[in-house]
Design a protein around this ligand. Sequence first.
Ligand SMILES: *Cc1c(COP(=O)(O)O)cnc(C)c1O
Length: 382
Amino acid sequence: MIPYSKQTIDEDDIQSVVDALRSSHLTQGSRVHDFEQAICKLTTANYAAAVNSGTSALHIACLALGVGPQDCVWTSPLSFVASSNCALYCGASVDFIDVEIKTGNIDLNVLADKLATAKVNNSLPKVVIPVHLCGRPCDLEKLRALSIEYGFKIIEDACHALGATYKSSSIGSGLYSDISVFSFHAVKNITTAEGGIAVTSNREMADKMRLISSHGITKSPDSFVNENEGQWYHEQQLLGFNYRMNELSAALGLSQLNKFSDFQIKRQRAVDYYKNKLSDVCDWLGNNDPVVISANHLFVIQVDRKKRKSLFETLRNNNVWVQLHYMNIASQPFYQELGFNAQEYPNTNRVSEQSISLPLYSNITTDEQDIVIALIKQELCS
Ligand SMILES: *Cc1c(COP(=O)(O)O)cnc(C)c1O
């Protein structure tokens, strides 16, 4: 079976996790801190809070920005449900911004129009969560300008975009947004099995996210509200969660990071191979904008929606385990019940109906890619 994605685990990863298992701390040791530092270095962020999933990272990012029941959060409907669920966890309401056909990222012209209307209606969002679909950054400069004009905060859902750059700055740098979130689920560009991280250039925000991810409990004397009674003393200052990353995950993440640039070179090579072999056959999400470098998390082809289903089935029937990224979030029964209507996002529906995510992972072989390419050609060119 050729999966759409899979982890790359070598002996050094296994050894790193075994070392963590043999160490004195399985949780709250030094590896999580080291992993946070390593992600800061890679993304050029100042601060990082490592947690147990990308979803938890989105949740604590929303909470740190003060999202609550009075607020609205806007995001892309062409994403994983966690991009919008995170706002609902905070009791906030959600709205969606339709995407561009070419990239599948939120359409900033649609956003600008919606903001102008919202300003008149006094219903501006507190936070906008752009999703860098497939690892290709959206136009952050334009988004930043809108955030300044309309006074909203930005959380980048960069779960696909570790290693991507926008205008020569790393995604996660904090130049254009308040917080960026990455996931280390097994299918992502590096993995900690389950895991995620929120990065920021704002110290206060980072402290708040750490507090929220560990029960709201602090042990650091400089932040105590009441008198420090002794060495046992700690304070719960808000209602937090246990979202902490464990040492085994951090150990895996650290060894994965050693190989990250190699992973990315291999992903780029695999994507170039698909583009080269499929250019006469079908289109794909993304464009050649030279100001961005994609992290190449996904390679999503676009095929006539009347042929999509049969191509998808042919690939699956031949053990090529393709996927769909994504169904329109507004079309999910849970969201329909909240009153959303998928028809309000025509570009999202169009991209979704035409999409198939082809197998892409750092150690995919040319032989595997050739099998996928041959099946696509056979189905679309016969
Ligand atoms: C994977 C993913 C998430 C959630 O990450 P988990 O670590 O699985 O919780 C959120 N948003 C997007 C776009 C993702 O791809």
